[in-house]
Design a protein around this ligand. Structure first.
Ligand code: HEC
Length: 305
């Protein structure tokens, strides 16, 4: 049996039967509520050490100074201005090194079940530590060199101590990953679709509701090629699409997915409606992401090669 899955809030729900099509607004809402979960704030608690971890993680996310050329930060490829993606079909890393894949958004990455296009990262922490050790995203010979850079920026040591009060030597690789992940988990973007799921039918336009109905009816999306289905949150803001960035517009992505995955040729109206529905998943950027933080000052860092 073909496994049809839908991932929206990072929640996978099996669709019982694609044939059970909602016929009116109340029935559609009920059906949607059974399939999708509204977005929840995953940042465990915004208090105490967790708050300090988020603050520190934000600085690390935006700080380019610990990559090999001092020129690339996480925010270089996950740009706030582009909703946490980079607008390129494939990313470009330190020293202009090409990345083989398109950068997915970091927004709502805390609710993703699996991380990376191929699902080859176990958790955000695992992702962050591997990004720090990557020749493309960081370029340093090893994590020791990353820590060395951070130690030379005096403002960081007290921030690590505050964020990880139990640790004797808190400025370590694991905690860099922990802080960045805590920050990423705070990057949630509730959208009109969540208001709809809470019971306000008018939060979605008639076209978006019709698109939602078609979306449910056709069991959209199934697996994206052999790659995992990325969260559809903010998908309208994160072109180009697919792991290789080969599709430029959301409308085209909707048509391609229907054709390739489902063998369906959608009508123009259906494409428009599904696109309207997907647009209702665009949330508000968290203010702690929309603006860049002021980083702790440091002496000039000369790039190692
Ligand atoms: C050179 C550009 C680049 C830089 C720099 C970069 N990333 Fe990424 N990021 C990517 C690409 C490309 C992917 C997709 C990789 C894949 O799936 O194989 C990705 C994937 C991710 C994901 C997984 C998202 C998902 O939904 O699966 C997270 C989280 C992430 N990056 C966070 C970070 C953090 C944190 C940093 C900084 C430590 C960072 N990235 C630096 C390009 C970059």
């Amino acid at each position: 049996m073909r496994c049809v899955r839908a991932i929206v809030a990072g929640t996978v729900a099996a669709l019982a039967s694609p044939a059970s099509v909602a016929t009116d607004d109340a029935a559609l809402l009920k059906e949607a509520q059974e399939i999708f979960q509204p977005l929840k704030d995953m940042s465990a608690s915004g208090a105490g050490a967790m708050k300090d971890q988020i603050t520190l993680g934000r600085l690390l996310f935006f700080d380019p100074r610990f990559t090999v050329d001092g020129n690339v930060s996480c925010a270089t490829c996950h740009l706030p201005a582009l909703y946490g993606a980079d607008g390129l079909s494939k990313s470009i890393g330190v020293q202009q090194r090409p990345h083989p894949r398109n950068a997915p958004t970091v927004l709502n990455s805390g609710v993703n079940i699996i991380v990376h296009w191929r699902g080859d990262r176990e958790s955000l922490e695992d992702q962050a530590i591997k990004a720090l050790g990557s020749p493309i995203t960081n370029g340093q010979p090893d994590i020791g060199a990353v820590l060395d850079r951070l130690e030379r920026i005096p403002g960081y040591a007290p921030l690590f101590r505050a964020a990880f009060p139990g640790d004797a030597a808190p400025l370590n690789a694991g905690n860099v990953a922990n802080a960045i992940s805590a920050y990423e988990r705070s990057l949630v973007t509730p959208a009109p679709f969540d208001i709809y799921l809470a019971g306000n039918v008018d939060a979605l336009s008639p076209s978006a509701r019709s698109g939602l109905e078609t979306f449910i009816k056709i069991g959209y999306p199934t697996d994206l090629y052999v790659f995992r289905v990325p969260s559809l949150r903010n998908v309208a803001m994160t072109a180009p699409y697919f792991h290789d960035g080969s599709v430029a517009t959301l409308r085209e992505a909707v048509s391609v997915m229907a054709r390739v995955q489902l063998g369906l040729k959608l009508s123009e109206d259906e494409v428009n409606d599904i696109t309207s529905f997907l647009e209702s998943l665009t949330g508000k950027l968290p203010s702690e992401f929309a603006t860049a933080p002021v980083l702790p000052p440091a002496a000039v860092i000369s790039a190692r090669h």
